[in-house]
Design a protein around this ligand. Structure first.
Ligand code: ZN
Length: 174
């Protein structure tokens, strides 16, 4: 069981903060962030199965929120839970590290594409991002459900673990 004393890698994130507007939470840059720059690290409890909040970091590992007391005590460690999905994001997750894939101006929202690191999302949702026509229903369900075209568009961002899962799915049953 994780307790406050066992936190070892507590790299504070100073380049982003949470902003809330009519119950809509988002993560915004507090200063200009350069393409390639590290933004934050996903901290939390490693679990074997996805949940509503979890972030997939490998074929078998998902990071979930810790105990609520810990989340209350160290809110800055869990800013990642407010990161929204975007179909054309300005950051990407590499393992536990979120890095900018474009220059991000101070005040701009930081987003990543959940389909790039999640294979099968536990709680799918409709995307309202501005990368596409909002009259078109786009469900975010994970890489598993993307069309060949959508997979090609995501080729630069997709995580190796998700590609391995897709490849395994394509192999005929033995
Ligand atoms: Zn979208």
């Amino acid at each position: 069981m994780l307790n406050a004393d066992s936190i070892v890698h507590d790299r504070e994130s100073r380049v982003v903060a949470v902003a809330v507007d009519k119950d809509h939470y988002r993560i915004v840059a507090t200063e200009d962030i350069a393409q390639g720059q590290s933004i934050l690290t996903i901290e939390g409890q490693v679990t074997g199965r996805p949940t509503m909040y979890s972030v997939q970091i490998s074929e078998t590992a998902h990071i979930d929120l810790d105990d609520a007391k810990l989340v209350d005590k160290y809110p800055e460690r869990y800013l990642w839970r407010f990161l929204n999905h975007h179909c054309q994001p300005n950051s990407v997750l590499k393992g536990r590290d979120l890095a900018a894939v474009a220059d991000i101006k101070a005040g701009e929202e930081v987003t990543f594409n959940y389909n790039a690191n999640e294979y099968n999302i536990a709680a799918p949702f409709r995307c309202w991002c501005d990368a596409h026509d909002k009259t078109m229903v786009r469900l975010v369900r994970g890489y598993k459900y993307l069309s060949a075209t959508e997979r090609r568009q995501l080729a630069d961002l997709v995580s190796p673990h998700v590609l391995r899962q897709a490849q395994r799915d394509q192999q005929p049953e033995a």
